[in-house]
Design a protein around this ligand. Sequence first.
Ligand code: UDP
Length: 460
Amino acid sequence: QIAPPTVAVVMVPFPAQGHLNQLLQLSHLITSYGLPVHFAGSSSHNRQAKLRLHGWGSQSLSKIHFHDFQLPPYTNPLPNPDPSIPFPTHLQPLFNASLHLRQPVSQLLEQLSCKFRRVIMIHDALLASVVQDAKILSNTESYVFVPISAFTTFFNAWSRFPEKPFLIDSESPKCVPSMDECLPFEFLHFLANQKKCLGFESGWLYNTSRVIEGRYVELFEKLLICPEKKHFAIGPVNSVEMENKNGKHICLEWLNKQQKDSVIYISFGSTTSMTDDQITELALGLEKSQQKFIWVLRKADTGDVFTSAEVRKDQLPEGYDERVKNRGMVVRDWAPQLEILGHPATGGFMSHCGWNSCMESISLGVPIAAWPMHSDQPSNAVLVTEVLKVGVLVRDWTQHAELVSSKTIDSALRRLMASAEGKEMRKRATELGDAVRASVVEGGASRLEMDAFISHITRK
Ligand code: UDP
């Protein structure tokens, strides 16, 4: 008979789609080591999380316990520098969670710490404030989960050191956009408050593989100057194993009929969308480029989370659908991104460079046409295009171009999909993808670090 586990894990996600999913995937991974996971969140975000459990084995499901907390209605705690500018409504649940999850999470830790020998809390780096009440418990340890690239994490921290420690060798990019330039005031204020709560953690978990960013994990570790803290690069935690789901979504059936590496997949994530004018330019650019494409353009998009809450009309130019019908496909619902990227016909990904999308594309060997918009995306784009050299830049963040013209889009698409340079990038992406996938299976670098993390937290 197997002894019951003496260690429990409490997972505290940051309530935004991409972040939630990463900690859910990590929960799945941890249960495969036999440990129970207590997933703590607001009722509404846990509802979203549960929708994603579809198809998971009962083994894992029985070990994930959801704790749904009712959070009070939101009131803005920040000084608003200009009351004529409304506070972005999309950010409210995030602020709310950072304020009101602390107490219920602390109570949960207390209850579990009576039942288990050790309780491990893993919280999103953006929700560090949950440790404030929890740090007093003696058999509880906390770990920071980094849901963005180690590259971005390192450069953001490094740029704040006036003396710029640790030599960055000549291969390093000259200019990495700082998050300060790419986020609105309210969010920067929020992040600064979260950062103040760091320091009590026993270690850091990174959703990346050392195969991609080992150097930046090491540099960040050096920057923290805390030798007793442990650092584990365990990613990608999102599953990159393709099940054969061909034929399920209509776009996969369409892909089945296309030649190898002939299609570019276009998607800007779950929260970022474009103006009507930009949509028109993109439509025209795609048409000019003569490339085959799958374009995710959803009616349900609620506007760019950081610029506008307006629901846009996703109007395409007159007669567009008819003109491109043999070459392209516009998807207006939730696209099966992993299956699309894993399909042999997909040869490129035009992406906003959210970290999930970058990791998925790299893991599946697909080069990227980078079109970053905000937050960590501009710096991820530098990693993809300048460091890993598996992509081209469509939108130059430093120029802050208002509208990316169809001409620029056309030339970026041709560069990626129909040039010798693009072919070279695809080759590199394939090699990198093979290495990343090998790192998450038994004996691979990321899996060994996950094994080491589990051994560490279950130590006697
Ligand atoms: N995604 C998807 N279908 C869509 C749009 C997005 O499956 O139609 C998934 C995608 O695979 C990724 C996540 O949603 O895992 C988006 O995360 P990312 O960090 O790239 O961007 P965000 O949405 O956080 O801006």
